[in-house]
Design a protein around this ligand. Structure first.
Ligand SMILES: Nc1ncnc2c1ncn2[C@@H]1O[C@H](COP(=O)(O)OP(=O)(O)OP(=O)(O)O)[C@@H](O)[C@H]1O
Length: 656
């Protein structure tokens, strides 16, 4: 069986995955006798992670309030310079353990027990650790080179030159064996690009760029063949051993070679700890417990097969249940567990505040995010290109239906219809960009949690990158419609019409951003966003005139905060003020001015200029952006606070 010692014989110069590790970089731990880089916690950022009696439960059925146990009192540690592998059958709680350690448990999960980082109860989110999650949230329109290089620009400090960032990006791409796919787009279901295993490696590239001191990886080898798995894991092993990084990985089915790269092993079965300790000693533990690994069999396969009861029935299932029971009991009464407790206690003595890595500056992040987001919007057909084509087609249809409207009484209804359609329906259709935006938000959440950049930089990047595209989907329909339909003549009127339409688009975009921050699911988000839009349009003062709106709720405050009120009002003021309409039917007066149409027929507030309406709408855009930032910040503050409260409760002495 491969072991750490096979790979890194003490006192020898060894070659691992093409790179050298010298004996000077290794010392032997006084406690367990293994080879690890002895890192002085206070000098550098090395991270010792320990956890004690970690219990995680989730609400099984929210109404009944019953909960299900996912982790049942896990105790262990992750040591600088070593790889800890978490193994176990599917659904045994590997990801849950990683999430709990990384401070990322789902909101319906309850956690108790103690997690200490360098001997302290401190949070692990936002830049203090990196986490390669199981789902690869990548910008699918970018090539491998672009994705990793943008990541390098976002994460690596400004003191590093651009060429060095390029070199680092290329180096990690090569380390992950992606050099032949450098210029392939990542792709997704619609546009085929990289394979699942290649995407996995791009995710890893992005997280190891900065050489994080603590790295969590959920199934880093899923989708990879055994050779690729070995190469990927050996690079990660090298990262741990050469520079004292602490690495925790969950793995499903490692080959013998890959298993040989693990230093420590946490073997779980249905939430219970079967074994924790030196990976190489697991074989001995299984033998001592009566489940010896047959000769020439992959030990990882043997361990997993022994404790998997998912596919067994009757007597076989009972034997797996029995094996789990015996192994759990055997482990809890063994020296292996005593060693773990001792090692964890030793690691907890090393007191050190967690340091955030030195990252790229705010301005640089804004510029890089603007460029990256702009490129994504340009390449993603769903973001703006399809919308532009549809808006153009609709603009042509408006031309055909309202071609050169005249100045008669009947044109009043025509003009109102055009204004309503433009301010209502065209902007309503801006919701169609929401799915692309939700994908964007998911990437933001991953990168934000890993501390790549902050929410303000993201909002600035997204806003600036979208502005030219929004301008394009505004100007093209505006030019196509305005003159052919024959709306109010004059360049100033046209400019106002275009600016107001631009503001309409921006406000829907900003509103949808807020919706996405609360409902980050594109089907639920579209329903919610469309509902809010519909509500704001209905109360905007056209479908029911302002004086007819029920006073509570619909008039105060909805009518006054509905952007549709100001956009529609702005369009109508721009259109009607200064025009006179001629009557050709005898029962009506011979003419009526646009001002009278606004104040008596449409009951609009004509006491102030259309420019004020426009400024109010732009002000609302800013308010929505600030609201988005606040929601993200509040979520970021409240979730860790809740966890800290749960943890401090759990810090009460644990009964043995
Ligand atoms: N937030 C949650 N709410 C409800 N159930 C959950 C939650 N998180 C995890 N679980 C359940 O806990 C169990 C363990 O899940 P987890 O993802 O940790 O397993 P795993 O060992 O990583 O599985 P796999 O190897 O298949 O990824 C599963 O049955 C899962 O359905």
């Amino acid at each position: 069986m491969g072991s750490t010692n096979d790979v890194l014989p003490n006192g020898k110069l060894v070659e691992l995955a093409g790179m050298e590790i010298s004996d000077e970089e290794e010392t032997t731990s006084s406690l367990t006798g293994y080879h690890a880089v002895d890192i002085g916690i206070s000098d550098v950022g090395a991270v010792c992670l320990t956890w004690d009696n970690l219990i995680v439960t989730v609400c099984a059925a929210e109404k009944s309030g019953s909960s299900r146990s996912i982790l049942e009192g896990s105790t262990g540690y992750a040591h600088p310079g070593r790889i800890l592998a978490i193994m176990g059958p599917s659904g045994c709680g590997k990801s849950t353990l990683l999430d709990a350690l990384a401070g990322r448990l789902a909101s319906n999960a309850q956690q108790s027990g103690r997690i200490l980082v360098n001997g302290r109860n401190q949070e692990l989110a936002f830049g203090t650790s990196a986490y390669v999650t199981q789902d690869d949230r990548l910008m699918t329109t970018l090539t491998v080179r672009e994705a990793v290089y943008y990541s390098a620009q976002l994460q690596l400090p400004d003191t590093m030159s651009k060429s060095d960032k390029w070199k680092r990006a290329e180096m990690v791409i090569k380390e992950m064996g992606l050099q032949s796919s450098m210029d392939t787009r990542i792709g997704n279901g619609g546009s085929r690009g990289l394979s699942g295993g290649q995407k996995r490696r791009v995710s890893i590239c992005q997280e190891i760029l900065t050489r994080p001191w603590l790295l969590f990886m959920d199934e880093p080898t899923s989708g990879l063949d055994s050779a690729a798995s070995f190469h990927v894991m050996s690079r990660i092993a090298l990262l741990a051993r050469q520079s004292g990084r602490t690495i925790v990985v969950s793995v499903h089915q490692p080959s013998t070679d890959v298993f040989g790269l693990f230093d420590d092993l946490c073997l779980l079965a249905y939430g219970k700890t079967i074994y924790f300790g030196n990976a190489a000693s697991a074989s001995q533990f299984f033998s001592e417990s009566g489940y010896a690994c047959p000769v020439l069999k992959n030990p990882a396969d043997h361990y997993l097969k022994t404790v998997n009861k998912d596919f067994e029935q009757g007597i076989e299932e009972a034997s797996a249940v029995e094996a789990i029971r015996i192994l759990v009991m055997s482990y809890y009464s063994s020296d292996y567990r005593q060693k773990v407790l001792k090692q964890a206690a030793e690691l907890n003595k090393k007191d050190g505040k967690l340091k955030k890595g030195n990252r790229s500056g705010f301005l640089n992040q804004c510029v890089v995010l603007t460029k990256r987001s702009g490129m994504n919007m340009f390449r993603d057909i769903g973001y703006y290109r399809l919308r532009l084509a549809i808006f153009f087609t609709i603009a042509l249809t408006l031309d055909a239906l309202f071609y050169r409207i005249d100045n008669t009484f009947t044109s009043i209804a025509d003009r109102v219809a055009v204004m309503l359609f433009v301010s209502g329906f065209l902007t309503f259709m801006s919701i169609s960009g929401f799915p692309s935006f939700v994908e964007d938000i998911k990437i933001f959440e991953r990168e934000r949690l890993n501390g790549h950049y902050g929410v303000v930089a993201y909002v600035i990047g997204h806003t600036f990158s979208s502005m030219p595209f929004v301008a394009l989907v505004t100007v093209i329909p505006a030019v196509t419609t305005y003159f052919v339909v024959g709306l109010h003549e004059g360049i100033v009127h046209f400019v106002f019409f275009t600016l107001n339409l631009y503001a309409c688009m921006l406000i829907v975009e900003s509103l949808m951003m807020v919706v996405a921050s609360i409902v980050p699911n594109f089907i639920l988000g579209i329903i919610t966003g469309a509902g809010i839009q519909g509500l704001l349009m209905l109360t905007g003062g056209f479908f029911r005139l302002p004086d007819e709106l029920p006073l509570p709720v619909w008039k105060f405050p909805l009518y006054y905060i509905a952007s549709a009120k100001y956009t529609f009002q702005g369009f109508c003021k721009n259109e009607f003020i200064g025009l006179t309409f001629i009557n050709k039917k005898e029962q009506f007066p011979p003419m009526i001015t646009g001002e009278l149409v606004l104040s008596y027929i449409l009951e609009m507030e004509v006491g102030y200029s259309k420019w004020v309406d426009l400024i109010i709408v732009f002000g609302m855009v800013v308010i929505y952006k600030i609201l988005f930032i606040c929601i993200i910040k509040i979520k970021e503050k409240i979730v860790p606070m809740k966890r800290a409260m749960k943890r401090s409760k759990a810090l009460k002495p644990i009964k043995s």
